[in-house]
Each structure stands twice: as C-alpha cells, then as structure tokens.
Design a protein around this ligand. Structure first.
Ligand SMILES: [Zn+2]
Ligand SMILES: [Zn+2]
Length: 271
C-alpha cells in the first residue's frame, strides 16, 4: 500500500479552497500515480478557531478561514467513498499543549501531524532564520529538542518533515548532527508515534528527502513507524517523487507504512 498523508487543500489555481469540489483533483492525481489513499493536512494556523494560539505575525495574519468548512469538505468526501483521510498539520507551540489539545478536540481527525516552522519569533524554514539568530549548531539543537518535545507532548500521530532545519543546506559538523538524530529518534520511539518521510525537501535548496538517511536508520533501529508525504500544495503534486521515498525507506529496512483511522494506527505492507 502507498499513502500520501500530507497535502494542503487548494484549487487548481493553487488558492486555498476548503470545499468538496477541490478534493476530486487530488484523488484523481492519486489514482493516476498509484497512491491508494490520501490525507489532507491543512495548516492549523489558517483557522480562526485557533487564533488564541498565535503570537507571530505570520500566523496571526493567516487565521481567517473556518475550520468547520474544511472538516465538512473532507468528511463529505469520505462519505462519498473516496479514499481520503481527515488530518491537520499542527504547529507545535511549546507550553501551549493544553490549549492546542482543547482547540482540536471537537473534530473527527484520522491523524494529526506535528510540525515546527517557528520557535518564538524565529523561523526554521523561512525568514528570519533561527540558525542566523542562534548560530547553526545551536539553532539545530534548539529545533531538534523542540521537536522531541512535540513527540513527548502526545498531541500528534506523526511528525512532519522531521529535519526541515536542514532546508537551507546549512549544517553543523556531522558528529553533532548524528548525535542530535539519535537523541531525537529516542524521543520519538518513547512517544510511540510515527515519523514522516517527505519528498518536499527535494524541491528546496537542500535538494534532499526528509529525513536524512541516518535519522531514518536511527528511527528504524528504535522501532519507529513511518508515514509518507508529498506536502503537495497543488493537486498535481500528490505522490510526487514517491519512487525516491520508496528507495529511502527500503534502504533503511522499512517494509511497512502507517495507515490511520480515527487516530488509531496500523501497519500495512509498503507497496
Ligand atoms: Zn510544514
Ligand atoms: Zn505541509
């Protein structure tokens, strides 16, 4: 089985469109590229219901949509028998775990992805860069410690683009990186959640899959399951580069992927 469990519901012009009609082109692409099931994971910060969580202008400016429309569109597609799941990409805000949980509790998620795009007012993957403010090694360390906290929070079912901090292709020395990988993989294993393998990094300055093969190997050695992701922001990008993701998974000895249903995980043979 092949699933794509990370995408953002957009119309064919690439605009945010949380309606039933916008779902079909994603399903059509999935069918044409051999993806059996897809999961929508809109950014949590687009929804006005989550406004109390945000302090950074990037988030505050964006939370104007109604989460009810998004949930209804995906639930209606499930009811039509389409192979879709209801997810959300949730920015982890350290210290705000209870509020995050309470805001998301009313909706019938199949799974929640945990992401870190910002730490305080510094960005892990855009400007102003965390690695410029703290220095490269300290920035990476801060990122992985926070993402380990996301794992331990038990708010999430899988962690998105786990080493997105490498996006600019600026890194500490390899021994330091590998030490961070191991500590983080241990935190994920202890939490019992999954780690995402994402092809999105292939199209960023780093030009690599997330996560690094060493991190994925450390995760496999600790029994961490995986989810698969394109992070498509356009219906044509569903399942993009999944041949590369499959190669990476096989090289790390993975032979199953995680499928979610109402936040219960099961393993299916990797197709
Ligand atoms: Zn993301
Ligand atoms: Zn995303």
């Amino acid at each position: 089985m092949i699933v794509d469990y990370h995408m953002h519901l957009r119309n064919e012009r690439g605009e945010i469109a949380h309606d039933a009609a916008s779902i079909d082109p994603f399903v059509e692409t999935a069918r044409s590229v051999g993806v059996d099931e897809i999961g929508f994971t809109e950014h949590v910060y687009y929804f006005r219901q989550t406004r109390p969580l945000w302090t950074v202008p990037y988030h505050v400016e964006r939370c104007v949509y109604d989460i009810e429309d998004y949930v209804a569109a995906v639930v209606a597609a499930k009811e039509r028998g389409l192979p879709v799941k209801l997810g959300l990409e949730v920015d982890y805000v350290p210290g705000r775990e209870k509020e995050t949980q309470a805001l998301l509790e009313p909706y019938p998620w199949d799974y929640l992805l945990g992401s870190i795009h910002w730490l305080d007012d510094l960005s892990t993957d855009s400007e102003p860069r965390l690695i410029d403010e703290l220095g490269v090694e300290a920035g990476w360390r801060r990122y992985f410690e926070a993402l380990g906290g996301a794992a331990r929070s038990r708010l999430f079912d899988s962690l998105s683009h786990p080493d997105v901090i490498k996006i600019f292709d600026v890194r500490p020395d390899r021994p330091a990186v590998e030490e961070m990988h191991k500590a983080f993989a241990t935190a994920v294993a202890e939490s019992g959640i999954a780690l995402e393998v994402s092809t999105a990094g292939l199209h960023k300055p780093v030009g690599e899959l997330y996560p690094d093969p060493h991190l994925l190997g450390a995760a496999h050695a600790r029994g961490v399951p995986v989810t698969l992701a394109s992070d498509a922001h356009h219906p044509e990008l569903v399942g993009r580069d999944f041949d590369r993701a499959r190669e990476l998974l096989i090289s790390a000895s993975y032979d199953t992927i995680t499928v979610f249903e109402q936040r219960r995980a099961r393993q299916e043979p990797l197709g």
